[in-house]
Design a protein around this ligand. Sequence first.
Ligand code: C5J
Length: 225
Amino acid sequence: MTKDRSVTVQAEPYPFEFIPATCALLLIDLQRDFLEPGGFGEMLGNDVSQLRRVIEPNRKLLAAWRDKALPVMHTREGHRPDLSDLPPAKKIRGGGKTTIGDVGPMGRILVRGEAGHDIIPELYPLASEPVIDKPGKGAFFATDLHAILQNRGITQLIVTGVTTEVCVNTTVREANDRGYDCLVPEDCVGSYFPEFQTMGLKMIKAQGGIFGWVSDSESILAALA
Ligand code: C5J
């Protein structure tokens, strides 16, 4: 592989061509509260094994990006400790007894600096990899992600992480509207709900790739080899 030369990945709805040097691996919200047993996700009754299956394929993809010194970025969903960036509507959504900002099993839920808000150790960012703290579902809303990507000349994204139908889908839609090509490897994104996993991926690649492309980690690694 030559970093500046286009490579082709088998994907749906048609092959995805990308230039590795300007294609960032963007890992969405691989946070302890969503993925770890004993975290907020599990406390809500979700089966975290549905999300934990993405760890190993993400680890391999991340290792390849790092090995080739290609751009890597991470996001975390969460809020300031004083909750000043938490919209009241988001705070009360769901009507549960314990909501965002309250003390959960791994510290205050989705609050920056708390244990549960941090990224899981298996996929922990290097000091050189930007971490985008986002208050919303999409990684472009109220963040400097677009500026960072533009400053680095990045035009294409491999988007992985959780959850497929919420933060991954929202981010792919936001990226698409800003002119980025997005490829989503299906084994690197996860949902607590199998039907949302299926439909979340279908939505991206429908209608000739209305928001982007869908592939898998092995196909991407093969293209990079
Ligand atoms: C993410 C969520 N990361 N489901 N958040 O998808 O609330």
